[in-house]
Design a protein around this ligand. Structure first.
Ligand code: DAR
Length: 363
């Protein structure tokens, strides 16, 4: 075990952004029994094999965050900006669509048709997390999700269809249909090429147990078997964040009653594979064209720094690790997901977009 400790210490020196390595305690690790040492190394595997990781950890079991909180709490606090000693108490408070008063068109009429997305990650408490699921468990969970979707298909507001990429599934789609849905930014990309998810076990058995539910209106979608058991999302073009969040909340409430119970932690709220998604489990984002701030999409440094000051993260519109569009199209999203409510996330997104737009028009 001393070799792995030496490796992590070297990663800490060479990759200061790697939170797993930054906070790894050899003393704590050596105090664990062999079985728990193996479990903790499973959680840290992605950050060890990918030193360039930012978080460097993926939970493998719903109880990991509570069982290994001594090792994981420092990483979680650092990422979510919660100082030591401050109690982490995840509360939930969804905005009311009618009174949210967060319409981007009120900032500038040019922002009346922005691509908006909000998603929550949820994991069933009755299965291991995706990194530790067997192929049979992935298929079994997908079948439980399908049973819920078969009820949702009849629903007036959320009726739609389930599209599976599990070979042999009665809902299996063609590779052409899969590619079309990925190109439309609806379906998730092939995970087996993601080196972080591969080491964490999250992309194992691809494509078994994976698929997507999409409503007739194409604005309510559920990913099955991506980084978490479920990614439940609403996607719209427009500017009314209240309508976007209201659509997701209504769909989430309908689904919650049809699915196995979700995994939650008394401290960290909704349990997710990656510690960056704990708490509300929510990522809310806008695709904004900021050609001036991004120098035509060639330089994200200025917009990233400005966004960070606003509590926002910026990345390419093609998803994690993607570049900006030539028209300056970027994905803007509040960073904090733990210790903030759904309503606060929406407000931060609106306020942040307003501030970034002010910088864009002045640049
Ligand atoms: N490769 C992981 C990404 C962490 C945040 N993104 C997620 N969970 N999709 C890292 O630790 O860098």
């Amino acid at each position: 075990m001393s070799q792995i400790i030496d490796k992590i210490n070297q990663i800490r020196q060479d990759n200061p952004q790697n939170l797993m390595a930054r906070y790894f305690s050899a003393e704590y690790f050596n105090g664990l029994n062999e079985a728990d040492q193996a479990r903790l190394l499973g959680i840290f595997a992605s950050g060890i094999e990918n030193p360039d990781s930012s978080m460097g950890a993926y939970a493998q079991a719903p109880e990991d965050y509570d069982k290994f909180s001594t090792a994981l709490d420092p990483l979680i606090r650092d990422f979510h900006g919660i100082a030591d000693g401050i109690e982490i108490a995840q509360k939930h408070d969804w905005p009311n669509a009618e009174t949210a008063n967060c319409n981007l068109a009120e900032i500038d009429p040019k922002l009346k048709d922005v691509s908006m997305r909000v998603r929550v990650a949820r994991n069933a408490s009755t299965y291991p997390l995706p990194g530790a699921m067997s192929k049979d468990q992935r298929i079994s969970f997908e079948n439980e999700a399908v049973a819920a979707f078969e009820k949702l298909i009849e629903d007036e507001a959320f009726g739609g269809q389930y599209l599976s990429i599990t070979p042999g599934s009665k809902y299996e789609i063609s590779s052409a249909e899969y590619d079309k849905r990925v190109a439309a930014h609806q379906m998730f990309k092939d995970m087996s090429s993601d080196r972080f998810l591969n080491v964490a076990g999250i992309s194992a058995d691809w494509p078994y147990g994976r698929g997507m539910y999409v409503s007739r209106d194409q604005d309510f979608l559920v990913w099955v078997g991506e980084e978490d058991h479920l990614r439940i999302m609403s996607m719209m073009s427009g500017g009314d964040l209240g309508a976007l969040f209201g659509r997701l909340h209504a769909g989430l409430k309908k689904l919650t009653g049809l699915l196995p119970p979700f995994a939650t932690s008394p401290v960290y709220g909704n349990v997710t594979s990656c510690p960056t998604n704990l708490g509300a489990g929510m990522r809310a984002s806008l695709h904004m064209k900021l050609p001036n701030l991004t120098k035509g999409g060639t330089d994200l440094s200025v917009v990233t720094a400005a966004a960070k000051d606003l509590g926002l993260a910026v990345r390419g519109a093609g998803g994690e690790h993607s570049a900006a569009g030539s028209d300056g199209l970027v994905d803007v999203s509040p960073s904090a997901r733990l210790g903030v409510t759904e309503r606060e996330i929406m407000q931060r997104l609106f306020d942040g977009a307003k501030a970034l737009w002010a910088l864009e028009v002045k640049a």
